[in-house]
Design a protein around this ligand. Structure first.
Ligand code: HEM
Length: 411
């Protein structure tokens, strides 16, 4: 089948609307399986503005798009599939962050950051990460249940870890967590979104200025030093980079911590297997990342040339959403994809961290944090259980990154 945007009938059935909702937290939106089977590269209308975008739902097609140098991540390009409303004036002022840069600018900045996130570097951070988790779990035990796992553990752990890595004082966490949560919310007005970005940038601007004259032993200071020797970013770029790391570094991991614990508690037979064999933990982390694929539509692109994906021609300038949650439930790669199977041998083939040049730079760090939290929590609190009716839990259906708002637990 060869089809292109031009051949999509104007007056056909209305386009499906995106985003589509997950009806069960442990599975993909119901529409995805049919799309993979019948129309794996399909047109949809974005709920926010009715504009069309291509949805890519099969695992190999998602990889092909994300690995293609003829697609751009630049959110200023007219066809970019925005998922919340950003007024033109605001968009014109937006400074591109690593996530939205194309080569060669992207290559130069990413190269400077890579040494901070290698498997070896993250291994060195592991003892401190475990210490942070131990302290938080001890505080939970001292307080006694029931507690909200999100505020007691899921948020503070990645927040403390990324603050220490970047050199951001943790005392300020309440402020930047609020701004960061606002920036992930599809429902905010453009003014509210703009105000959150401005507030966080104002805070980080002061911090970066301080580090320019008084460097510490942290990522931002090391970046500034390397940047002096081989400039790839100006002051405002460093502020934007720090914002991306701070927001990307804690919001995503926090959501995975809470959702992962929920999934384990709701699958007692799997939980028992994990308790019996802690060696299963690394694979369990991959399987949980796959099942939730929390940043499903975080991989938005614009075609820079006509490209063919799965027999469909996507024209230059058109927006693309390479859906990693759809890819991670592709039955040709993950048999019985809806089942949580901590032993799943192909779990690591998931695309929850994306693929290609923008693949998550913090993936190694996130994996260690998740292993530390799940491992220590289950060992220290063997009687952990939900303290709420699962049906009463509120999920982040409208956010850029999926998650659960509160997770009451006791023991
Ligand atoms: C479970 C946790 C996480 C998930 C699911 C996740 C997911 C993702 C995804 C899907 C992308 C690719 C976006 C694209 O292709 O357009 C990405 C990129 C990125 N992530 Fe993560 N992430 C996580 C944790 C982290 C952490 C802990 C950091 C800390 C530094 C981080 C920093 C970044 C950065 C800086 C990028 C942009 C990389 C680039 O453009 O080259 N992420 N992440």
């Amino acid at each position: 089948m060869t089809q292109s945007a031009d051949t999509v009938p104007e007056a056909g059935p209305p386009l499906a609307r995106f985003p589509m909702r997950r009806t069960c937290p442990f599975s993909e939106p119901g529409e995805y399986a049919a799309l993979r089977a019948d129309e794996p590269v399909s047109r949809a209308a974005l709920k926010v503005n009715g504009k069309p975008a291509w949805l890519i739902t099969r695992h190999d097609d998602v990889r092909q798009v994300l690995g293609d140098p003829r697609v751009s991540s630049n959110l200023k390009l007219p066809g970019y599939p925005h998922q919340f409303h950003i007024p033109e004036e605001l968009l014109a002022q937006v400074r591109l962050m690593l996530l939205n840069m194309d080569p060669p600018q992207h290559t130069a900045q990413r190269r400077m950051l890579i040494p901070e996130f290698t498997a070896r570097r993250v291994r060195e951070l592991r003892p401190r990460i475990e210490e942070i988790v131990e302290e938080r779990v001890a505080a939970m035990l001292a307080a006694g249940g029931p507690v909200d796992l999100v505020t007691a553990l899921a948020l503070p752990v990645p927040s403390l870890v990324i603050c220490e890595l970047l050199g951001v004082p943790y005392e300020d966490h309440a402020r930047f967590e609020e701004w960061s949560a606002a920036m992930m919310n599809h429902d905010l007005s453009p003014e509210e979104y703009g105000a959150a970005v401005q507030a966080l940038d104002g805070y980080l601007d002061q911090l970066v200025t301080r580090k320019e004259s008084e460097p510490g032993d942290d990522l931002i200071s090391r970046f500034l030093e390397k940047n002096r020797a081989e400039p790839v970013a100006d002051h405002a770029d460093v502020v934007t980079m720090a914002r991306l790391m701070l927001v990307g570094g804690h919001e995503t991991t926090a959501n995975m911590i809470a959702l992962g614990v929920l999934a384990l508690l709701e699958h007692p037979e799997q939980l028992a297997q994990l308790r019996a064999d802690p060696g299963l933990l690394p694979n369990a982390v991959e399987e949980l990342l796959r099942v939730f694929s929390i940043s499903d539509s975080g991989t938005a692109r614009v075609a820079l040339a006509d490209i063919e994906i799965g027999g469909v021609t996507i024209r230059a300038g058109e927006g693309i959403l390479a859906l990693n949650n759809a890819a991670d439930h592709d039955e040709t790669v993950f048999p019985d994809p809806g089942m949580l199977d901590l032993h799943r041998k192909e779990a690591r083939a998931h695309l929850a961290f994306g693929y290609g040049i923008h693949q998550c730079i913090g993936a190694n760090l996130a994996r260690v944090e998740l292993e530390a939290v799940y491992g220590i929590l289950l060992r220290r609190i063997p009687g952990l259980r939900l303290a709420a009716d699962p049906d009463s839990l509120r999920f982040k259906d409208d956010a850029m990154v999926y998650g659960v708002h509160e997770l009451p637990v006791t023991w």
